[in-house]
Design a protein around this ligand. Structure first.
Ligand code: GAR
Length: 222
């Protein structure tokens, strides 16, 4: 039996690109069901572009200010996605809101990683807000992207403890380490067709009985 074609993934970034690096590392395994077809940044100086280039990946920089409005910018992103023949879009620290038409076109085929256990702490400054709220467990979420920010159906989550001595950088580093494990695991589920979007929920099928992607619990170290 021939192996299914690897899904072509476009990763959209704005900055550092450490989640991009985690996806690239996963895709280096030929048995991984997705390959990184292109990396698109909305900032020409995004350090993640160099991460992509270092791995010989195609990159496209599309700074928002080069376009008249959101629609024009998103048309350019669409063109780059078409050029790369992308099947799936992964947002990895992409800090620009996407318009409803774009989101609609990629519905069920676009995922995002967010640094909190959604629906808690949607939006920015998640680690500071988790510390201020006094939660004992924090983490990250991969979800399908819908028109409402950080509110789409949840694909996978990873939890980390909040430790007594934590400040924002310590907690952020622990969550980021969990992100780097979670995003490749979640993309695998999407690329293998084991999770799909059905209205407000993600629906799973064909998971192994012992599949633990739904909740990766990371130890305190980090
Ligand atoms: C990550 O922590 C990601 O979860 C977050 O930005 C960071 C990007 O880091 N995304 C959001 O806050 C989206 N709302 P990276 O560029 O090193 O992957």
């Amino acid at each position: 039996m021939s192996r299914a074609r690897r899904k072509r993934v476009a990763v959209l970034i704005s900055g550092r690109g450490s989640n991009l690096a985690a996806l690239i590392a996963a895709a280096m395994d030929p048995a991984y069901p997705a390959e990184i077809a292109t990396v698109i940044a909305n900032r020409a100086e995004a350090p993640g572009l160099a991460v992509a280039r270092d791995h010989g990946l195609a990159t496209v920089a599309l700074p928002g200010r080069d376009f008249a409005d959101r629609a024009a910018h998103e048309q350019a992103v669409e063109a780059a996605l078409a050029e790369a023949r992308a099947d799936i879009v992964c947002l990895a620290g992409y800090m620009r809101l996407l318009g409803a038409a774009f989101v609609e076109r990629w519905q069920g085929r676009m995922i995002n990683i967010h640094p909190s256990l959604l629906p808690l702490f949607a939006g920015l400054d998640t680690h500071a807000r988790a510390l201020a709220a006094g939660v004992r467990v924090h983490g990250c979420t991969v979800h399908f992207v819908t028109a409402e920010m950080d509110a789409g159906p949840i694909v996978a989550q990873a939890a980390v403890p909040v430790l007594a001595g934590d400040d924002e950088p310590a907690l952020a580093a622990r969550v980021l380490a969990a992100e780097h494990r979670l995003y490749p695991a979640a993309l695998r589920l999407v690329a293998e067709g084991k999770v799909r979007m059905s209205g407000a929920r993600a629906v799973f099928s064909g998971l192994a009985e012992d599949d633990a992607t739904a909740m990766l619990v990371s130890p305190g170290a980090g």
